[in-house]
Write a protein that binds this ligand. Structure first.
Ligand code: CP3
Length: 356
């Protein structure tokens, strides 16, 4: 567990310290675009069976690191493990999104929910973290993660994926007190989940607020940001997490970057709809930034990918605190060779930038 890190670029960049080259990892780096992932998933039988088997979860976590010179591993799991452990009955229909057998709609539904026990109901996640840390043997740091309270509430109330999560948003307007009870239970669960992952060995923590951008400015502050702040505050108050960098990623919420800095997080994820140089100036270098290449660029030719990598690196400039990533997850039809082009170009071009 205490093996010194051979590659600490990610942690240095998150602390805004100098690095020899910009660290890079890719959201959904372990996933369906890799044939070896599809093979392991077939062996496991289903996505949840894969996520619940610590040895197989470790195997797929390490697969992208065998192919690419990545600067971080991310735990193979899902944000929906918490609602599953709360008893909502999660399944992933083949080729479709997530579904809950028992969505949360009424006050009785919300009041039935409790914070899951991390070392029993979610033990498989903590076991996966422990196995991955052992197998990584200090090659790169391991990122643990959770969904944000708001994004988890979206799936739990809707019962499935959605374009607009109109049922979840309706709860916020029709019964805000009920929405707040649900979000508070989720914030306490997310905090306990991230603390348990850090205690098991996660070296950085990311919160995915994938659906924060569905909310208008006032609703974002009330239903998303407030609970992100609650989570970061809980992590700062705990011995296992007070020194672990936290990355907050609210997709589509670029208008709120400055307010998000006030949560006390180490870094903000940014999607591709903002120039990362503008984002850096907006936050006055007070946090690190992670992003922000449009994932669709990976469908273009290697020359275009290199040019777009240069654009993002040039825009951030020779400033501390950049973690290169996509602005959202890599999609299943991407050619793995294109991910290799991206990763290698981030390292070589960022070295060049530092030399000039
Ligand atoms: O990034 C990684 O490589 C780590 C693993 C990871 C997964 N999901 C594995 C997964 C992470 C970090 C997530 C986060 C996640 N899950 C988010 C937040 C990030 C984002 O993309 O916005 C969300 C919203 C989910 C919920 C979820 N899980 C959906 C909507 C789906 C189905 C659609 C899809 O993208 O495939 C999943 C399933 C899922 N989670 C898969 C993987 C690799 C695909 C399952 C399969 O093998 O068929």
């Amino acid at each position: 567990m205490d093996t010194p890190l051979k590659n600490d670029r990610l942690l240095r960049a998150l602390r805004r310290e100098p690095v020899d080259a910009t660290p890079v990892w890719v959201m959904r780096q372990a996933g369906r675009y890799l044939p070896e992932y599809r093979a392991t998933r077939a062996k496991a039988g289903s996505f949840m069976a894969l996520a619940q088997n610590p040895e197989l979860a470790c195997e797929v976590t390490l697969q992208p690191l065998e192919r690419f010179d990545l600067d971080a591993a991310i735990l193979f799991s899902d944000i929906l493990t918490i609602p599953d452990a709360m008893g909502l009955g999660l399944s992933f229909a083949q080729g479709e999104g997530p579904q809950f057998a028992r969505p949360v709609r009424t006050r009785a539904d919300v009041e039935r929910l409790g914070v899951p026990d991390m070392e029993t109901e979610l033990r498989y996640v903590m076991d996966a973290v422990r196995v991955i840390r052992r197998e990584l043997a200090g090659r790169v740091p391991l990122i643990g993660f959770s969904g944000s309270p708001w994004t988890l509430a979206c799936y739990m109330v809707e019962g499935e994926g959605s374009r607009d999560f109109a049922t979840a948003k309706a709860m916020c307007w029709n019964d805000p007190a009920l929405a707040h009870t649900l979000l508070d239970t989720l914030a306490r669960s997310v905090s306990a989940y991230l603390i348990a992952q850090a205690a098991a060995g996660a070296q950085a923590l990311m919160v995915f607020d994938t659906w924060g951008g569905l909310l208008g400015p006032t609703a974002f502050r009330e239903f998303s940001l407030r609970y992100l702040s609650q989570v970061v505050a809980a992590l700062k108050a705990n011995v296992h997490t007070r020194d672990v960098p936290v990355i907050l990623f609210s997709k589509g919420a670029n208008a709120h970057l400055v307010e998000m800095v006030d949560t006390g997080c180490a870094a903000l994820g940014v999607d591709w709809t903002i120039d990362i140089g503008d984002a850096r100036r907006a936050v006055h270098g007070k946090v690190a930034l992670q992003g922000n290449l449009d994932p669709a660029v990976l469908r273009a030719s290697p020359d275009v990918i290199r040019r777009e990598v240069h654009r993002v690196l040039d825009s951030y400039g020779n400033n501390p605190g950049h973690v290169f990533n996509l602005g959202h997850g890599v999609t299943p039809e991407v050619d793995p060779e294109h991910v290799k082009v991206l990763v290698d170009e981030v390292h070589s071009f960022s070295r060049l930038l530092r030399a000039t």
